[in-house]
Design a protein around this ligand. Structure first.
Ligand SMILES: *Cc1c(COP(=O)(O)O)cnc(C)c1O
Length: 426
């Protein structure tokens, strides 16, 4: 696709350009396998001597078209789709880390990723040090070790809504010859493209805004192609022969595509977390309207945040669009078009008031989800963090009255009326 097109145009056209007589809509190649005329032809595919489809666990044309669109939206050289955001963040790390290695990650990340890096990777011999993303660079320096292989953070963290100083993190990572991986799920490439600020790899839970309708669970990993694996000298998996692929050296054979090619040929081959072509088709439909929806999510969230911030029954509101928010300035720099539709706030009266308030909502639905067309709400103390004591909640920075509110794309007056009637029940 023409690199000069604006993001709205890329969302519609990137990834699939039909030739004469081909379907205008991206077709769903619902096939596990692909046919060849000679044994020799197929052999060359297995040797990675030629590119071509042979088995959907490795590559599928529908999936590839959507991956190419997402790579184009982020301004990257290549992308791979995974069956979930969790799989994307797992692959992004283990593609360049193994037992004995170390990761530096922000504490302000999705609970699932916190567990993945802090507990599950630890069982595989990969250690993770969690750092406060707002700490000064000199403080963050101390987390690095000789075996550190990557730095990980989220553009806008779920659920704490911390906005990342991407340049600060990229500078730190690069001074230690390791890549910065940014989970860009909440911002989406419409509102922020981390590669433009120095990030090297971007991941997504496409389950959220990219799909936008809560229809499929999926993930993506995108490579900027900018990180020099050879120069860094720390990534033998990319720069020395792969015995499981006839001794090819990914950086030599694939250049800027090395990271994604290694992920496809080793991790997809061995672990197999592919999305179905049907799900990729649904994701692609969502991507077509992403810029329209993000604009509406952000303007609605801004109105809701302003309404709540001025309400006497509300303790505080977290939303970087509010001028008084701790992350307002950093959001203005990295996300000038808006942040996202997710806000968090606390009603006065703690846990019980929060429960009464949520149960009184009529339009907003109680679901374990965020970032789709429908307004939804969650009370971490009663739901996602239910097993924690009040003290443990406090230690995790979650007050018992905290409410996570994902503003949808309904008419904002209807969302505010719903909040109004629920607040009047307190
Ligand atoms: C939801 C989410 C994930 C996990 O994605 P799944 O698609 O649910 O596996 C990872 N990162 C962020 C920021 C998320 O919001």
């Amino acid at each position: 696709m023409d690199r000069n097109y604006q993001i709205e145009t890329k969302c519609i056209h990137s990834g699939w350009t039909p030739k004469k007589g081909e379907p205008r809509m991206l077709p769903i190649y619902q096939s596990t396998t692909f046919k060849y005329d000679s044994s020799e032809e197929m052999g060359r595919l297995f040797d990675l001597e030629e590119s071509g489809y042979f088995y959907t666990r490795l590559q599928n044309p529908t999936n590839d078209a959507v991956a190419a669109k997402i790579a184009d939206l982020e301004g990257g050289v290549a992308a791979i789709l995974t069956s979930s955001g969790q799989a994307a963040n797992f692959y992004a790390a283990v593609n360049i880390c193994e037992a004995g290695d170390h990761i530096v990650a922000s504490t302000a990340i999705y609970g699932g990723t916190f567990n993945l890096y802090g507990v599950t990777l630890k069982k595989l011999g990969i250690d993770c040090t969690f750092v406060d993303p707002d700490a000064p660079a000199e403080e963050l320096e101390k987390a690095f070790r000789p075996n550190t292989k990557l730095v990980f953070a989220e553009t806008i963290s779920n659920p704490s809504l911390v906005v990342l100083d991407i340049e600060k993190f990229a500078g730190l990572a690069h001074s230690h010859q390791v890549p910065l991986i940014v989970d860009n799920t909440f911002a989406t490439p419409v509102n922020c493209r981390p590669f433009e600020w120095g990030a090297d790899i971007v991941t997504h839970s496409t389950t959220k805004y990219m799909d936008g309708h809560a229809a499929q669970v999926g993930g993506a990993v995108v490579d900027s192609g900018n990180f020099d694996w050879t120069k860094a000298g720390k990534f033998p998996g990319l720069t020395t022969p792969d015995e499981s692929y006839h001794g090819i050296i990914y950086t030599e054979k694939f250049g800027k595509m090395a990271y994604i090619m290694k992920m496809t040929s080793q991790l997809m081959r061995d672990l197999g977390s592919i999305p179905s072509p049907q799900n990729c088709f649904l994701l692609n439909l969502g991507l077509e309207t992403l810029p329209l929806r993000m604009e509406r999510h952000c303007s609605n969230a801004q109105k809701v945040a302003e309404y709540l911030a001025s309400h006497e029954k509300i303790e505080y509101v977290n939303y970087a669009g509010l001028p008084g928010d701790k992350y307002h300035a950093v959001a203005q720099k990295y996300l000038p078009r808006g942040t996202c539709g997710v806000i968090s706030f606390e009603v006065k009266g703690g846990r019980q008031a929060a429960v009464t308030f949520i149960d009184s909502l009529k339009l907003a639905s109680i679901v374990t989800h965020v970032a789709d067309a429908k307004t939804c709400v969650l009370h971490p103390a009663s739901h996602t963090h239910r097993q924690l004591s009040d003290q443990q909640l406090a230690d995790a920075g979650i007050s018992t009255g905290l409410i996570r509110f994902s503003v949808g794309i309904e008419n904002p007056d209807d969302i505010i009326s719903d909040l109004e009637q629920a607040l009047s029940a307190l």
